[in-house]
Ligand binder design. Structure first.
Ligand code: CP
Ligand code: NVA
Length: 313
């Protein structure tokens, strides 16, 4: 593939990219990780580039992995936190976008409303990367796909089960499955099912790629034979008012040893972190031999280096 195809593009959701392009991103990430492990640093593809992180919500992994990635690639980066910009409050979203566009070479945005991200992308000519919105978390799932390839040697033909809330991470998994032709079972209570429009569009896309994306409300049935068990917090950032109600409805979806006894013997457990230990996942599972959660966190760095190098060099 000609890597010039990536230059200057946004990364708002995985569906912005084709199956071939996602594979190329993952191959590039694997190569950058290999070089990092051998302590070989390539030329600096982000030399003279300045990247802004504009975050409306807290972050550990996304902020640190992007800051480290930009620096390791030879660029410079600065962070604007929730108190500093007042996106849509201190000033209009499009004004923020137009001003930043005149000063920086790329924007990484974490926002409450996906529409804000779309508006920034519309008004900024520089590449805009989604560092999490209420609807999607594509950088997370890119790192997760890299982890899955490392652990299982492939992506297709692996039974993946997402349990819990049909949230932003779940949406990006549904999209990833639909593009790449994966087998994904989503198990949530009826009231926390993924967005119907995202689901329907994924089903249409999945017909072409050969994906099998299934909904199964019963977590015991959903997890049967799963080789990958994925979960995330029950209460995502911005939904704190629903915390108690969510806990009550999602209790049966807790990833614990009892539920995991139905999974395939070779299962791995994935979680994007931060985790609420004792809620969606027990300590014993999070710290257990099947857990790959810290590998996923590390792979954010490698996946995002590939993304930055391809769209910004
Ligand atoms: N997984 C993830 O995005 O973590 P942070 O919220 O800490 O960035
Ligand atoms: N679903 C979580 C993911 C955090 C990385 C949230 O949006 O809070």
């Amino acid at each position: 593939m000609n890597k010039k195809k990536f230059r200057g593009r946004d990364f708002l959701e995985l569906t912005d990219y084709s199956q071939e392009e996602l594979h190329y991103l993952l191959d590039t990430a694997r190569e950058l990780k290999r070089m990092e492990m051998m302590k070989v640093r390539d030329e600096k593809p982000l030399r003279d580039k300045i990247i802004a992180l504009l975050f409306e919500k807290p972050s550990l992994r996304t902020r640190v992995s992007f800051e480290v990635a930009v620096r390791e690639l030879g660029g410079e980066v600065f962070y604007l936190g929730p108190q500093e910009v007042g996106l849509g409050q201190r000033e209009a979203v499009k004004d923020v976008a137009q001003v930043l566009d005149r000063m920086v070479d790329g924007l990484i945005i974490r926002t409450f409303a996906h529409e804000n991200l779309l508006e920034i992308a519309r008004f900024a000519s520089v590449p805009v990367i989604n560092g999490l919105s209420d609807l999607y978390h594509p950088c997370q799932v890119l790192g997760d796909l890299l982890t899955l390839q490392e652990k299982k040697g492939k992506l297709q033909g692996i039974k993946i089960c997402f349990l819990g809330d049909g949230n932003n991470v779940c949406h990006s998994w549904i999209n990833a499955a639909s593009i790449l032709g994966l087998e994904l079972t989503v198990s949530t209570p009826e009231r926390y099912r993924p967005s119907p429009s995202i689901w329907e569009e994924a089903q249409v896309r999945g017909k072409k790629s050969g994906a099998q994306i299934i909904y199964e409300a019963n977590p015991q049935k959903a997890i049967k034979g799963a080789e990958v068990v994925y979960t995330d917090v029950w209460t995502s950032m911005g939904k704190e008012a629903e915390k108690e109600e969510r806990k009550a409805f999602l209790q049966l979806y807790q990833v614990n040893s009892h539920l995991l006894s139905e999974a395939s013997p070779e299962f791995i457990v994935m979680h994007c972190m931060p985790a609420k230990r004792g809620e969606e996942i027990t300590d014993e599972v999070m710290d257990g031999p099947h857990s790959v959660v810290v590998d996923e966190a590390e792979n954010r760095l490698h996946a995002q280096k590939a993304l930055l190098a391809l769209i910004l060099s």
